[in-house]
Design a protein around this ligand. Structure first.
Ligand code: FMN
Length: 173
């Protein structure tokens, strides 16, 4: 799948087939994260890959906006260690994992973990140091057949609302 096709068709997936994700596929997903760019190339990230079903169930039980993690065959927690701009750096790595996974027939969903208690509980469960910032736990699994224009649909503002030519306010097209 070429890059634009992956970007065009990717959708958030919250229901997964029960099939295990092969190690080599998980390796490519984590490698996609490792290769992401970061501010000053500090690479201030750690990726905790979880495939133990009991741990995944516990994460799903804790994360109120990500119950579906409990039904995924794998997940990757993204924890940042002292970054200047942790959200931006993490976002680059997360998007690379999402697109890599999509191109392999898998899906994922960003789980926000904004509740401080839930966030701390998941860090403790995974042994992530308390001073690290846990950004998300991304569940991964093979997706049901989801295609843009059929069951799934991209819901985005039109280009005319968000793109400008030369100067803000000048129509792009
Ligand atoms: C920063 C961020 C946080 C999100 N948090 C959650 C979440 O906690 N739970 C959830 O179900 N979806 C979450 N999402 C998924 C968004 O709802 C989804 O990406 C958006 O509706 C667009 O849908 P699409 O990804 O299918 O195009 C989050 C997405 C982002 C980028």
């Amino acid at each position: 799948m070429d890059v634009f096709e992956a970007i065009r068709t990717r959708l958030t997936v919250r229901e997964f087939l029960p099939d295990a994700v092969p190690d080599e596929v998980l390796d490519r997903i984590v490698e996609a994260a490792r290769l992401a760019p970061s501010s000053r190339n500090l690479q201030p990230w750690h990726f905790v890959v979880v495939t133990d079903s009991a741990t995944l169930s516990q994460i799903g039980a804790i994360a109120s906006s990500g119950r579906f993690v409990g039904n995924a065959p794998a997940a990757v927690a993204v924890a940042m260690d002292g970054a200047d701009r942790p959200d931006l750096d993490a976002g680059r790595a997360i998007q690379q994992m999402e697109l890599m996974a999509w191109s392999e027939g898998l899906g994922t969903c960003f789980v926000g973990l904004r509740d401080e208690t839930q966030n701390a509980e998941i860090k403790a469960l995974l042994g992530i140091p308390a001073e690290f910032q846990l950004i998300t736990v991304l569940p991964f699994g093979y997706r049901q057949r989801v295609t843009v224009g059929a069951k799934g649909r991209k819901n985005r503002k039109p280009l005319s609302e968000v793109a400008h030519r030369e100067r803000f306010g000048e129509p792009y097209a």
